[in-house]
Design a protein around this ligand. Structure first.
Ligand SMILES: C=CC1=C(C)c2cc3[nH]c(cc4nc(cc5[nH]c(cc1n2)c(C)c5CCC(=O)O)C(CCC(=O)O)=C4C)c(C)c3C=C
Ligand SMILES: [Fe+2]
Ligand SMILES: [Fe+2]
Length: 351
């Protein structure tokens, strides 16, 4: 393949003069979501997501056979039924929640530092893609790019994959912008403060359960053995949050959800934990999912519906899901502070 055909030219940069000088682009990246709650729309989404070697690292030929021969025949219909339960008039919660967060973050950054930062949203899988969004920022004159994956805890399967997508895009550009990538913000004081405030506000409005369970998305334990810091970062977030909320060790628990496949994933599993708590006599259980910046299938369906049913069936009385930070003032303020810290030192001119 002639490499030169892949490069996007610098022509797009000429757009810079027609708008206010933009100092830096801020690219928020979330996972991505199907375009409709149907098997036909879920299949290509799952094919891209589960075809990513960062997510599933089996030998390509073997995994290709399993993925296309078995999983993509069965899972799309099942996942579509789950998506249908949380789909709204505005579409997928992950998508409109992320869009609203980006709009509010732009407004807040404009208020604090008028005209200097341009915020955009990309999805790791599906649209708007990382490649197309970076190219649009480049066309708008952005010569400095801060990438902020919306994953508070680093995992190679999530954040690492966003880094791949950015690197792949840069490979196609003749004149890529300067680059900074936030690896994680699991212990960022603004973020911990935002989580604590949102849980406290929710308790003030709705009362408090007997225990608070923090459920994080799981990953295979093998990935942690290979050096993924995800598990440590989840535990650290939980500890910092427990201290901020002044809770005892037995009042706040951690578990891991959304296991896929046969390998052993991070323990304890959320479904086994809610059943055990009910069996131990816990009647009112509150669950929050601090690893998810925005509500999505994994929180609204898996936690608020499926795990609620498990808890009630095992003898619990009420399981209440405390919403993600979404586009709240707490999240917007926390991320605005994080962004301003990370762009510090980038000079005024657009280069
Ligand atoms: C099979 C391997 C998977 C790994 C590893 C994994 C890690 C991981 N995922 C998130 C965040 C989200 N995952 C979401 C959905 C989802 N996750 C997997 C599989 C793995 N995730 C699948 C197959 C799906 C699709 C739904 C399904 O069929 O069950 C979502 C929600 C998307 C939405 O549209 O609402 C998020 C968000 C993280 C943070 C992570 C590693 C830490
Ligand atoms: Fe996932
Ligand atoms: Fe799930």
């Amino acid at each position: 393949m002639p490499r030169s055909n892949h490069y996007t030219g610098v022509a797009g940069h000429s757009g810079a003069s027609s708008i206010q000088p933009v100092q830096a682009g801020v690219l928020l990246v979330n996972l991505g979501t199907p375009t409709a709650p149907t098997a036909g729309a879920v299949r290509p989404y799952l094919a891209e997501f589960l075809g990513d070697p960062r997510v599933i690292d089996y030998p390509r030929w073997l995994w290709w056979l399993i993925l296309h021969g078995v999983i993509l025949r069965l899972r799309p219909a099942r996942s579509a039924r789950a998506y249908a339960k949380i789909w709204t008039a505005q579409g997928s919660p992950l998508r409109f929640g992320s869009e609203s967060l980006v709009a509010r973050l732009q407004a807040e950054l404009d208020r604090q530092q008028p005209g200097t930062l341009r915020v955009a949203l990309a999805m790791r899988y599906g649209e708007p893609s990382v490649a197309r969004t970076i190219e649009q920022l480049q066309h708008a004159g952005v010569r400095r790019l801060l990438v902020l994956p919306l994953y508070p805890q680093y995992s190679a399967t999530s954040t690492g994959s966003v880094i791949d997508a950015v690197a792949d895009t840069f490979k196609t550009m003749r004149w890529p912008p300067e680059l900074r990538i936030v690896n994680d913000y699991h212990d960022d004081p603004g973020h911990i403060g935002a989580l604590a405030a949102s849980i406290e506000h929710w308790w003030a409005a709705n009362g408090r359960g007997d225990k608070l369970l923090l459920s994080f998305h799981g990953i295979p334990e093998r990935y942690v053995r290979l050096g993924d810091p995800y598990s440590d970062q989840c535990q650290r977030t939980a500890l910092l949050l427990r201290e901020r909320l002044h809770l005892g060790e037995d009042e706040l628990l951690v578990s891991f959800q959304s296991r896929v496949g046969r390998e052993s994933w991070l323990h304890p599993y959320t479904d086994a934990t809610v059943r055990r708590l009910a069996a131990d006599g816990v009647k009112k259980l509150d669950i929050a999912c601090p690893g998810f910046a925005v509500d999505c299938l994994e929180t609204l369906e898996e936690i608020a519906m499926q795990n609620r049913d498990f808890f009630l069936a095992a003898g619990g009385e009420t399981l209440r899901y405390i919403p993600a930070l979404n586009d709240s003032v707490e999240q917007v303020d926390g991320l605005a502070a994080l962004v301003l810290r990370h762009v510090r030192g980038w000079p005024e001119s657009t280069g």
